[in-house]
Design a protein around this ligand. Sequence first.
Ligand SMILES: [Mn+2]
Length: 449
Amino acid sequence: MNGMVPFRFLHAADLHLDSRFTGLSHIPGPVRDYLREAAFAALGRLVAVALEEEVDFVVISGDVYDSADSSLQSQLRFHEALLELSNNGIAAFLIHGNHDPLDGPRLDMELPDGVTVFGADMQRQATAVRRADGREVAIVSGISYPTAKVTDNLSLRFRRKEGSGLFHIALLHANVDGDPAHETYSPCTRRDLIDSGFDYWALGHIHKRRILHERPYIVYPGNIQGRSVKETGTKGCCIVDVDDSGIAALRFKELDEVRFLIRDIPIEGMARETDWIEAVERAVEDIREEHPKLMSVVRFRITGRSAVHRILAEKGVPEDLLDELRRREALRAGQGRFHGLVWIEGFSLESGTELDRERLLAEDSFLGEMARLAAGSAADGSTLEELVRTALAPLGENRELRRLLAEAGEDEMRVWLKRAAETAVTLLSDALEPDEETGGMPGGRQGGR
Ligand SMILES: [Mn+2]
């Protein structure tokens, strides 16, 4: 493809404007407002980046809105963003995904000049041009979801434009290679995409940024703003440079205003509760220093083994500590200081008692047996799933619990199992300890090794 015209475009997906930040409780008004505005702020930055980088056009691969029934506010704000791009001569190509399918009720607004929304069938192939001189640079194709649930392999409908030597870009909202963490809409394989002859697959749907392939590029840019502690790390868009031989190079640009993170607080070597409280306070300040220009929302994961575990396991993480830490952040928010604000989403207790784990795992006893079973199950995905499903089957009678259970991923199940094993070991070792010396209790150590 030598002698092509070099150009640059921006690829984003999963804007989820108007996202409701789920799983956050006790949030004071100003913090809540800031969170609610975060997706729009990220969209504003997207437009700013498109201008700064002087891209020739923008592609957005579905889930512009968080729900099919998108709010008037998000529709107007999105329209405003497209208009700003258009006023600066930047074209935009977009599709709708499972969150904002074509059949959702939406305002019938006139699209700004240069905006192409692809429909549900593959009739239309748009030509993208270079902004500076209007020379044709790429053929852009895309398919929107007509309804929320698309189970066909849409990727097979994409065809290169006959006789065109231009760079080919495909916009698709899809689950490639069956990522189990996401709904398997428009399922397809990497092979399908590679074999299509397209040069760049601009994907949406999976919220974690992933480059599945280079030459051709198969790219999930991830969402532009995280929405819960399940969506941690930097969020943003990709800037793609295509050179005169049709080779693309990718750069990531951060767009998020609120960063979600999970941070470990190891309790090893801690004897007193105050040691632990100090560690939490230090961690908050560390995060503030690391992200002075963002609001951070953190879940602290308490890990390791020490005497502190028993205190936390028995009493739970002290509510008043959480209240106090949140009060300090709420004060900042009240003063409008959202940059550097660190909101604690909660604590996840994944620590253990001070026992000798190696010894326990080797021990010929009920506890040893249980520890081995837990460790073995945690290591194997299917055993883990079976164990958890069997253990929690009685909860399935409740519809809401059944739904939550169905949503749980492997990592979540592993945490449950770990907590259960730790709780059992703590409770049982308390019950067994007094007799351990004499070895007389059933289920205690039976004759050693
Ligand atoms: Mn999405």
